[in-house]
Design a protein around this ligand. Structure first.
Ligand SMILES: N[C@@H](CCC(=O)N[C@@H](CS)C(=O)NCC(=O)O)C(=O)O
Length: 207
């Protein structure tokens, strides 16, 4: 059985969504923020969630990689375009783009003190992080132009990953006017039954 180490309103959101959509049973362990125990550090050396322990007992970090693996292991759930689908390249591209560009910009905003040795520089790190989020979201908004879904012609984990990231934007009120295509996707996912259920425990956005 899978075991998901997570915490509300973190990257564990999309992994939990993937497991639920795949219809596979899993144990969920809440990892409180703060001082970790050694057992958790052994599977997550950066003390970050999510961590997924696989049925064979091995474990992995990195939300995008976890999503890609779950989609591969549960093809019947259509969590992503199939490995040989023409849409696969877009899926891999956007998952990696979102985790490397936007998720990391979120971390620079929320953990700004880690990204400067100048105590007076924290605000500048935060502002630069917002600019980088905005640059990435503009690219994704353009990719969504005239498309219902980010990848292919149906919901995939890329859409859920994008909505998770946009929900963390520190200037959330600007989403509808700045990125109308992302807002359109988000509005649709806010009505999705699994997202509604998950949001009740994660409080990613106002119900
Ligand atoms: N690259 C990792 C980032 C994971 C991450 O930064 N998780 C945050 C929560 S969203 C965390 O656990 N932060 C605690 C910390 O960095 O101390 C991923 O994509 O899974």
């Amino acid at each position: 059985m899978y075991k998901l180490y997570t915490r509300a309103n973190t990257g564990g959101f999309v992994v939990e969504a993937a497991l639920i959509l795949a219809g596979v049973p899993f144990d969920q362990i809440d990892v409180p923020k703060g001082r970790p125990d050694q057992a958790f550090l052994d599977i997550s050396p950066l003390n970050q969630v999510p961590v997924l322990v696989l049925p064979d007992g091995s474990s992995m970090t990195e939300s995008a990689a976890i999503c890609i693996l779950l989609a591969e292991r549960h093809p019947e759930a259509n969590l992503a375009p199939a490995v040989n689908s023409p849409d696969r390249a877009d899926f891999l591209r956007w998952m990696t783009f979102m985790s490397s560009v936007i998720y990391s910009a979120d971390l620079r905003f929320f953990y700004a003190h880690r990204y400067t040795t100048d105590p007076g520089g924290v605000e500048a790190v935060k502002q630069a992080a917002i600019s980088e989020m905005d640059r990435g979201l503009a690219i994704l908004d353009a990719a969504l132009e005239s498309r219902e879904w980010l990848v292919g012609d149906q919901l995939s984990l890329a859409d859920i990953y994008l909505v998770m990231l946009v929900a963390w934007h520190p200037e959330i009120e600007k989403v509808p006017s700045a990125w109308p295509n992302i807002e359109r996707l988000w509005a649709k996912l806010r009505e999705h039954q699994v997202m509604r259920t998950l949001n009740a425990s994660h409080s990613m956005w106002p119900a």
